[in-house]
Design a protein around this ligand. Sequence first.
Ligand code: SF4
Length: 237
Amino acid sequence: MVTAVKIAGLQPVSMLDWPGKLAAVVFLKGCNLRCPFCHNPELVLPQKNGRFLDLAEVKQQLRLKEHWLDGVVVTGGEPTMHADLINLLKEFKALGLQVKLDTNGTAPELIKALIQQKLLDFIAVDLKTQPAAYKKVVKKSEAGEQVTATVKLIAEHNLAHEIRTTVVPELVSEEDVLEVAKLLNFFGLKKYVLQQFNPQVVLDPSFKQIKPWPGDYLKEMALKCNAYVKTEVRGVR
Ligand code: SF4
């Protein structure tokens, strides 16, 4: 029985969160990181009087759409902060739904357990930068080793995936994304996404002043990364 997972929201249908699939999106509250460029601060910071959804309520909504939903995307915040994530995903699997997990990749042991219990059909991992530079971006140097372990697990279990980096000027350089591309190549991973930084909603208000890289520059970076792993650009208008 799921008791401790804080379900902050449910989007009943999305065509954008799992490419090629019609999926519901479940948002879990809380995160172990504080990326200054985070565009979901309301899911990261503690709030007084936060309202959470009952699992029964969520399952009822999913059941109403089970004939045409392919799956459910579990996102955050950071879903792996919740020790009961395993039971939550079992509940979704029991409804006959495929599961995609969006994660920052800092909980390789939990992710390993999810893979071993066949609870994941797809994983999207946000690599904030190259592992050696994590301290600069999220102030936690151990996170670099943790995300490397997650990338290795994905490779070992041949799990469908995409790895994404939000390319924030002043934090993430061209060298950083090339090092990520080399890492993915080393482990034989198949897909890398460079996301455009969006300063409109950010955790650290000072990041509102940072101008995103020009789209053409991101595309140039992606071309260079393509030498190592198939790379696409997202969020450029
Ligand atoms: S960007 Fe992701 S990992 Fe970073 S603080 Fe926001 S939810 Fe957490």
